[in-house]
Design a binder for this molecule. Structure first.
Ligand SMILES: *Cc1c(COP(=O)(O)O)cnc(C)c1O
Length: 820
């Protein structure tokens, strides 16, 4: 180990970095430091910086132990961390000295930072939220850790070929991952399959799980370094490894070679790949294995370290809290019950009391197709003991409900965990936890009044809202350093990096001419940078003086990239009819991955690229319209795109986007939102005021009313609205140079199946909103004022605020200061 950096002067630290870095290159690669490639330099610098965090990491864990600090564990099947080198340098407060040290060696720090490969261990919003929360918890001095899966392959890399999405496996572990530490000594055993036998032991009924297949869960820990404090928390990611002496187990006949190989293959498959669908993988046994695997290992390791404290087990909820990020980790409930009953010997009632007090559940979606349900037979076969526990939870819940409702079977069935041959994971999560939260005000209201209404009536005290947030340290300090510097200079302090509500004072400078100009210059420079990237990567020239209008997020019908695309086509049609039409030049930028099996989403990608091809090569519209699709949307690409955006497209069908966090990142970087009153857009509007956001479209209640009572016909709109008719006809005619029938799925979605997400219904209102954007942008002063208000108000959406509410209202934990 390289040793600490505590108490060194700046000069000493610089010398130390130079020495440690060069020695590390030699010890890792046995080459002269001058010969190292940029990637080798990255690996060496990463190792050095990681080791610099170790003394704080040890110190933090020691402090937690000695002071019996209550620990929060954030269970999430995804953590979308992004690159860590810059982040860790900033949070350790040594980026500038490190830059100087390297420059004395003739090396540019930014080149090394660029060389890092990001681990794609998440699909999008949900995984990124988990990563933002880790940063906030550590930076605020809260004892909060992550628990998840170390996937061998992350989310696929997206390439666009001939306008189509092509998926390439993300072999991110082909090179060493610098930021992790393998901890074989903390391994756990997770048991799959087998049978359960009940027997009376000492007068008590006891369960015996037999003939199972054991799997090693090996933890890899990543230090999560807090900003401006000594806290270093832990993200623990589990990897599945085969049991070497498995032949000692009765289920395997000695020397059955084929079976042994099959077993190894089965085990390795568990943590092999991240499911590339951001809604739900229906009924895939491997996904269920993943869920139980990281849950069981996580709970076992929590109980193991709790027991080392020597406290009685019924004290668990006073020292441990488990927050589950959606229902993917909902098996913590039966798993904790299993450990408390089978291993700790507690009676059911006590185990249940402890479990419900320890677990809290965050709901992320109201979309029916995204709510997790598992077939009974699958759970029974794969997790026989867990199944018996779920069955008993369900039995007790249903009999209590039957009594309460005076025998209303229908109602009991609607609320049951097990119904119609399936296990409803959201019901399990609500019943087995002490807190249920939605992720924006609107979403929480919809949960209480529609989706989980019965449960809200039963347990009103469990329901609460925690609007999502984003870490302003990554999404502003790191991604937009010039803007961060301007905020510090304007406020004459950088305390806002620790206390984001101070950012609101930036709003006071909205009318200040100098601030307006400086903000506009920073935006322009960021646009120049992005334009350069686009030119180098795609050989497309975009004008940084045009409006950069960006929609960057997963591709999903409800997010309505299709509305944006059809509207661009409409602008094109208008320009073709009247080439002197006065529209302000715009560059439309898209970035979006589609789940590989999501056919409609992939067709929409092809449509966007087809429109781009048409528009970009047409000399008639050359100066007015450009369309660019950037491949492989991921955290690092988001950090390039978002600081350069003028307009933020947040146009989901109202009621469908639980919160959104992209919307917050864009506003924080001075983009103006064009959006529906959906998710956190509603709260963004409250924060900036009606005149600093452009809202359009149906309201959530109107959408829900159409779903319930009907009354919308997209084909009528097609008949009546000539603009829409023309667009639809272009889709299925020979306007585009594509195989015939290429966009039939889109046509059917919009017309044959009556436009489930109201794309055509909102078209007119969206067009009006876009014209309003056009007009606002021309009013330079007004636009700059809007930018400053958006940037200042975004402090509200720092995940520090979100986490403070979780800490106060759900976890009941306080900040601690780790001493030097
Ligand atoms: C923030 C983020 C998302 C979520 O974006 P939404 O607009 O809220 O859907 C998805 N992917 C990446 C890489 C992100 O950084």
């Amino acid at each position: 180990m390289i040793g600490g950096i505590k108490g060194l002067s700046k000069e000493e630290l610089k010398e130390k970095i130079k020495q440690d870095f060069q020695r590390k290159i030699i010890s890792l690669f046995a080459i002269d430091p001058k010969e190292a490639t940029t990637y080798q330099q990255y690996l060496a610098l990463g190792e050095v910086i990681k080791e610099y965090s170790f003394e704080r990491w040890l110190q933090t864990n020691k402090y937690y132990k000695q002071n019996d600090v209550k620990q929060v564990y954030y269970f999430s099947i995804e953590f979308l961390l992004g690159k860590l080198l810059v982040n860790n340098l900033i949070n350790l407060g040594i980026r500038d000295v490190c830059r100087e040290a390297l420059s004395e060696l003739g090396i540019t720090l930014e080149d090394i930072e660029e060389a890092e490969r990001e681990p794609g261990l998440g699909n999008g919003g949900l995984g990124r939220l988990a990563a933002c929360f880790l940063d906030s918890m550590a930076s605020m001095g809260l004892a909060g850790h992550g628990n998840g899966i170390r996937y061998r392959y992350g989310l696929f890399e997206q390439k666009i070929q001939n306008g189509y999405q092509v998926e390439v496996p993300d072999n991110w572990l082909s090179e060493e991952y610098v930021w992790e530490v393998k901890r074989s000594d903390r391994a756990c055993i997770v048991k799959f399959g087998g049978t359960v036998r009940f027997d009376i032991v000492d007068g008590k009924l006891k369960a015996f799980h037999e003939n199972y297949e054991p799997v090693w869960a090996i933890p890899y820990d990543i230090p999560i370094i807090g900003y401006g404090c000594n806290t270093v928390n832990t993200l623990r990611l589990w990897s599945a490894e085969p049991f070497e002496n498995v032949f000692d187990f009765a289920s395997f006949s000695r020397g059955d070679y084929i079976k042994a190989v099959e077993y190894r293959y089965m085990v390795q498959s568990i943590t092999q790949v991240l499911y590339p669908d951001d809604t739900n993988e229906q009924n895939r046994i491997l996904r269920l294995k993943q869920e139980y695997f990281f849950v069981s290992a996580g709970v076992q390791s929590i109980i193991r370290s709790f027991k080392k404290r020597g406290k009685p087990i019924y004290e668990l909820p006073n020292y441990v809290m488990i927050q589950i990020n959606d229902t993917h980790p909902a098996l913590v409930i039966p798993e904790l019950m299993r450990i408390l009953i089978d291993e700790e010997g507690l009676p059911w009632e006590n185990a249940w009391d402890i479990t419900t007090k320890t677990v809290a559940y965050t709901n992320h979606t109201i979309m029916v197709e995204a709510l997790e349900k598992w077939p009974i037979d699958m759970v029974k076969t794969l997790l026989p003991r867990i199944y018996t526990i779920i069955e008993e939870i369900n039995r007790r819940f249903c009999s209590e409900m039957l009594e309460r409702t005076g025998g209303d079977w229908q109602k009991v069935c609607n609320m049951a965990i097990i119904h119609d041959g399936q296990i409803n994971m959201a019901h399990l999560a609500v019943i087995g936890s002490s807190s249920v939260n939605g992720v924006s005000k609107l979403h929480t209201e919809i949960l209480k009044n529609e989706v989980l209404k019965c449960f809200y009536t039963l347990y009103p005290e469990k329901f609460n809202n925690k609007t999502n947030g984003i870490t302003h340290r990554r999404w502003l300090v790191e991604a937009n350093p010039d803007l961060a510097r301007l905020i510090s200079e304007t406020l004459q302090t950088d305390r806002w990096i620790k206390e984001p509500m101070l950012m609101l004072r930036f709003k006071d400078f909205a009318e200040d001419k100098l601030t307006q100009e400086l903000v506009a210059n920073i935006k322009f420079n960021n646009k120049v940078k992005l334009a350069k990237y686009i030119k180098e990567k795609y050989n497309i020239i975009v004008d940084p003086r045009s409006i950069f209008d960006v929609q960057a997020k997963r591709l999903h019908a409800y997010k309505r990239q299709l509305l944006n695309a059809l509207h661009i086509l409409h602008l094109y049609n208008m320009l073709k009819e009247n080439s002197s039409l006065d529209i302000y030049p715009r560059t439309f930028i898209f970035a979006a991955k589609a789940a590989p099996g999501y056919i409609l989403a992939k067709k929409i990608i092809k449509l966007i690229n087809s429109i781009a091809e048409k528009v970009n090569k047409d000399p008639d519209v050359k100066d007015k319209l450009k369309v660019v699709f950037l491949e492989n949307y991921c955290v690092s690409l988001a950090e390039k795109i978002i600081p350069a955006a003028d307009v933020s497209e947040q146009i989901s069908t109202a009621s469908k986007e639980a919160s959104g966090t992209g919307n917050m990142k864009f506003m924080m970087n001075g983009a103006i939102t064009i959006g529906t009153l959906d998710g956190a857009n509603v709260e963004i509007k409250e924060a900036v005021g009606d005149e600093n956001i452009v809202i359009f479209g149906l309201l959530a209640e109107e959408v829900l009313d159409y779903y319930k009572n009907g009354g919308y016909s997209s084909s009528q709109l097609y008949q009546k609205d000539l603009r829409i008719r023309r667009l639809i006809d272009q889709l299925i005619g020979n306007f585009f140079d594509v195989p015939s029938g290429e966009f039939m799925d889109i046509y059917n979605h919009l017309i044959t199946y009556n436009d489930e997400y109201f794309v055509l219904k909102d078209f007119d209102s969206y067009h009006e909103a876009q014209m309003k954007i056009d007009k606002l942008y021309r009013d330079t002063k007004r636009w700059r004022k809007m930018m400053i208000i958006n940037i200042g108000a975004s402090g509200i959406f720092s995940s520090d605020n979100t986490i403070q509410k979780y800490a106060d209202e759900i976890w009941h934990i306080k900040r601690v200061e780790i001493p030097d």
